[in-house]
Design a binder for this molecule. Structure first.
Ligand code: DAH
Length: 339
């Protein structure tokens, strides 16, 4: 028995384990209930009385060594912990910070939604345009003073290449490819050679609308615009149409809505009038229909064009137009939207 114990004492000094499972197996082998040391303890009562003292001390020594060695190995593992062990995979993740929609996109999407429910689809056209689509097809005569109404960006070496000054150019893009019925809205960016200030920028955004079919009347136009104004600015919103002039519509009008900031009472935003202008509109000039390949004897149409920044200003009262293009996060984060 003494030999057996001495052999185990030797053995214990040399044990090693590659991982926690192996270490646990060793612990059970030596220190477990049915392990080597307990087996020796059980045999202890058969030891001759004169040897009891020596055997007892050896068993104790073995037990201490086994405990020390296992503890030592365990500490070794713990200090060798790998990176993956130190990552807590059960921890909840950091929330991902979502961006917010740009206020102009929020307003544009709302406009698209409202007209979408009234049966308008979306059409797009290029921002870099030619003279024909921006002016010619829209009934601006070659020397028409109306061309001066809009300060156009030209490219000196290519006089026919311009940045569109209005989304009305998309009307002609749609009509040259599509026969009526046409019912489309055309959102997009437009460019004008303006000095940049808090109330003007060299680019801004418009949404154009066009409806061409048989028997389209001014009444249809007015009804659709009234519906739009109520959905955009609230059920109590009123509209008024003032006669105006555009080369591409006849008759033409500008539409005001009752100022939704003061409720029509008069405030600095509406300059005390109670009304704010939000769009231009009219019956598509028969010349425009013909220039775009549509039979003006059979069809009539209406069109309108509104500035997105202007509507965003009415909704959010942004004092400085430049905020819309500066991408200041503190400004952008103020706008939250689901769409
Ligand atoms: N194109 C005009 C502008 O940029 C806005 C406009 C007025 C569009 C009347 C229209 C319209 O379609 O009928 O100022």
């Amino acid at each position: 028995m003494i030999d057996k114990i001495k052999q185990l004492i030797n053995e214990i000094g040399g044990i090693s384990a590659a991982n926690n499972e192996e270490l646990e197996a060793l612990r059970i082998k030596y220190l477990g209930k049915k392990g080597e040391i307990n087996a020796l303890m059980a045999d202890f009562r058969n030891v001759a009385a004169e040897q009891k003292k020596e055997v007892g001390m050896l068993i104790n020594e073995l037990k201490n060594k086994a405990q020390d060695r296992i503890k030592e190995l365990k500490e070794k593992f713990e200090s060798q912990e790998t990176v993956s062990d130190s990552i807590d995979l059960t921890r909840t993740a950091y929330p991902i910070k979502l961006g917010t929609r740009h206020p102009l996109s929020i307003v544009k999407n709302e406009i698209i939604d409202i007209f979408g429910r009234m049966g308008f689809c979306i059409a797009n056209g290029p921002e870099v345009e030619d003279d024909w689509h921006v002016f010619g097809s829209m009934n601006f005569a070659e020397d028409h003073p109306a061309r001066d109404m809009q300060d156009t960006f030209f490219i000196e070496s290519h006089p026919d290449v311009i940045l569109r000054t209005h989304t009305s150019s998309v009307e002609s893009r749609v009509m040259e490819h599509t026969q009526p019925p046409i019912r489309a809205i055309m959102p997009g960016r437009v460019y004008r050679n303006e000095a940049i200030s808090y109330r003007a920028h060299c680019f801004f955004h418009q949404v154009e609308g066009l409806y061409v079919d048989e028997n389209v009347s001014f009444t249809d136009l007015k009804q659709v615009l009234l519906q739009f104004a109520k959905e955009m600015f609230g059920e109590n919103t009123k509209i008024r149409l003032r006669p105006s002039y555009f080369p591409f519509t006849e008759p033409s009008a500008e539409m005001d809505i009752s100022c939704n900031i003061c409720g029509g009472k008069g405030c600095p935003f509406c300059k005390g009038t109670g009304w704010v202008e939000i769009l231009g509109c009219g019956m598509t000039d028969p010349n425009v229909l013909e220039l775009c390949g549509i039979d003006s004897k059979k069809y009539t149409g209406y069109a309108f064009g509104m500035g997105v920044e202007r509507i965003a200003n009415l909704k959010y009262q942004v004092k400085d137009l430049r905020m819309f293009s500066e991408n200041d996060q503190r400004f952008l984060e103020e706008f939250e939207s689901a769409n």
